[in-house]
Design a protein around this ligand. Structure first.
Ligand SMILES: O=c1nc2n(C[C@H](O)[C@H](O)[C@H](O)CO)c3cc(O)ccc3cc-2c(=O)[nH]1
Length: 319
């Protein structure tokens, strides 16, 4: 069976790299990616959508491969000039090339275009080879409840401040998706699930990436109504996160930092959960009741390994 319509749920770097594999594994398929926008933030008056940009830059060949975010061949003149003015925040780096993306996005949003239309316009330059949809056109921002070191009282800070400024080192007690109650799936999201013959959960952060997407009202229901099988890829390999800081997020929701823990958190579709199949690394045997657990190499160490992983995930959607 050849897949015609594939939908992938993804966050930033890990999701974007996985998508390269999906594109290579199914070159003739129509691939739609539903991207987390809970990391989005407004800084220096500009709307920044890190995960959308990471997906588009990665698939369009513009990403800085080493950092996994922002543009290759970047320069930092504006950042240095902002620092010379003492402009806050000084902990978030916007490169000169990257700034053009945020300027265009902000101008289009201010002119009244929805984020989905802005994203399509930006993607037009990069030709990522997949349809890139934000999870929602409504603004949703993840905030993290931490204990204020000065007052010892709980305080919510923007996810980016927690992640980038504090490197997720401040103990978190909760994640709050500000605005999510008023959000709806972006145009095309429910339609993509309905038309899909394979749905994949990328090895992205289960809490602040995949979890945030699934928190959009009606989105989870639309996903579960898909006629396709749903296969997830564990972001945990050898009992540890491959990239990022999911190990700082999972315990906040009481999820064990293991392939089994994340698989059980997503749960079996036959039992009201999400998964028909769950891909774990050979070194991470996992018992997830009601789910077809498959052990395959998960490290996306080169294009061949990444394509093989995507192929295994698609195979798992064949049943
Ligand atoms: O660690 C950092 N991550 C930066 N990121 C990455 C990003 O904020 C996070 O890694 C994700 O939101 C988590 O997925 C950026 C992403 C962009 O699209 C644009 C600018 C930045 C800037 C930084 C930064 O200064 N430091």
């Amino acid at each position: 069976m050849r897949f015609v319509q594939i939908v992938v749920l993804a966050g930033g770097t890990g999701g974007a790299r996985f998508l390269r594999g999906v594109r290579a594994a199914a070159p003739d398929a129509e691939i739609t990616v539903v991207v987390n926008t809970g990391d989005d933030v407004t800084l220096h008056g500009l709307r920044i959508c890190p995960d959308l940009d990471t997906v588009v830059y990665t698939l369009g060949g513009g990403i800085d491969e080493e950092r996994g975010w922002g543009r290759a061949g970047e320069s930092w003149t504006v950042k240095e000039e902002l620092a010379a003015y003492g402009a806050d925040p000084d902990w978030f780096g916007l490169g000169d090339r990257d700034l053009a993306t945020h300027l265009i996005r902000t101008r289009m949003l201010d002119a009244g275009y929805p984020l989905s239309a802005v994203t399509a316009a930006l993607a037009d330059r990069w030709q990522p080879g997949v349809t890139v949809l934000p999870m929602s056109d409504q603004r949703v921002e993840t905030h993290v409840v931490v204990s204020d070191p000065e007052t010892d009282r709980p305080r919510a800070i923007h996810f980016q401040e927690w992640w980038v400024r504090h490197r997720a080192a401040l103990e978190a007690s909760a994640f709050v998706q500000v605005g999510v109650d008023a959000a709806r799936p972006a145009p095309g999201v429910a339609e993509a699930f309905a038309a899909a013959d394979a749905v994949l959960l990328a090895p992205s952060n289960p809490v602040v990436s995949i979890g945030t997407i699934l928190g959009v009202p009606d989105l989870r229901e639309a996903l579960l109504a898909t006629p396709a099988r749903i296969a997830g890829v564990s972001p945990i390999v050898g009992g540890a996160v491959v990239r990022g800081m999911a190990d700082r997020c999972l315990p906040v929701l009481g999820i064990e930092v293991s392939a089994e823990g994340v698989g059980r958190h997503y749960g079996a579709r036959s039992d009201g959960g999400l998964l028909d199949a769950w891909l774990v690394a050979p070194e991470d045997p996992a018992d997830v009741p009601g789910v077809d657990v498959r052990q395959v190499p998960l490290l996306m160490s080169d294009p061949e390994a990444t394509t093989a992983l995507a192929r295994a995930a698609l195979d798992a959607c064949r049943g």
